[in-house]
Ligand binder design. Structure first.
Ligand code: PEP
Length: 253
């Protein structure tokens, strides 16, 4: 059975007190909604992580949105995977398209970040996705394959089995344009097939693959009903407790 996950990505939003307030609401609401085999995660800015990890308990897991690729050292302003782990986080988003785009994070750098996260006991939520141009010119399967090959296919099967993949078409992030369930399923099936070719069918079948891109309480059910979609990475809608918890609830209906 693959793990079913709904993960929120708060991005660079919420002051400290606002984050605590939103997260407390989410924990209280999720308590009554979550099924045993499904997982709710909130990926918050660094300043929130310590407090949220204590508040979340076993109900909502916590993730960071990035980590540095080195273990420690003279990298002023950076945060290491070990530091993230030390405050009780279990997850870290790696390769979000905003990091690729605005911080020029390359596939090679993301491969290093994935390894250091795994070495420190964090589960990477590794994001891949094509731009609108790449979708329109039909190169998106090649783009996604390249991101997988350079970013995570260097991992051993054992390490690969510990990561989660998130398919996030760049054109759907924060735009209100969601991939149709057919478009998303087509890509998720492609990703699973690539994993089977690289590793084997067993690894591919066990990999959780999330969809991200303007997912909301209205479209989540249809997306999550697709055979190869195992949940979502949620941006905007994760900043509203009711919307986020309604998306989590989708697995119960
Ligand atoms: C995201 O940033 O990971 C995301 C999916 O954002 P949104 O849901 O706002 O499109």
């Amino acid at each position: 059975m693959r793990k079913k996950i709904v993960a929120g990505n708060w991005k660079m939003n919420l002051e400290y007190a606002e984050g605590i307030a939103l997260f407390s609401e989410i924990v209280n609401m999720v308590k009554d909604e979550k099924k045993g085999d499904q997982l709710a995660i909130v990926c918050a800015p660094y300043i929130h992580l310590n407090s949220l990890a204590q508040l979340g308990g076993t109900t909502v897991a916590i993730g960071a949105q990035n980590c540095h690729q080195k273990e420690s050292g003279a990298y002023t302003g950076e945060i290491s995977a070990k530091m993230i782990k030390s405050v009780g986080c279990e997850y870290v988003i790696i390769g979000h398209s905003e990091r690729r785009q605005y911080f020029a994070e390359s596939d090679e750098l993301l491969a290093e970040k994935t390894i250091i996260a795994l070495q420190n006991g964090l589960t990477p939520l590794f994001c891949i996705g094509e731009t609108l141009d790449e979708r329109n010119n039909g190169s998106y399967f090649d783009v996604l394959k390249g991101q997988l090959e350079k970013g995570v296919f260097g991992l051993t099967a054992g390490d690969f089995s510990k990561i989660v993949i998130a398919y996030e078409p760049v054109w759907a992030i924060g735009t209100g344009l969601t991939a149709t369930s057919e478009q998303a399923q087509e890509v998720h099936a492609f990703i699973r097939n690539e994993i089977a070719t690289k590793y084997d069918l067993e690894v591919a079948e066990a990999t959780t693959i999330l969809y991200g891109g303007s997912c909301n309480p209205k479209n989540a059910a249809e997306l999550f009903a697709q055979k190869d979609i195992d949940g979502g990475l949620i941006g905007g809608a994760s900043l509203k407790s009711r919307d986020f918890v309604d998306i989590v609830k989708t697995f119960n209906s």
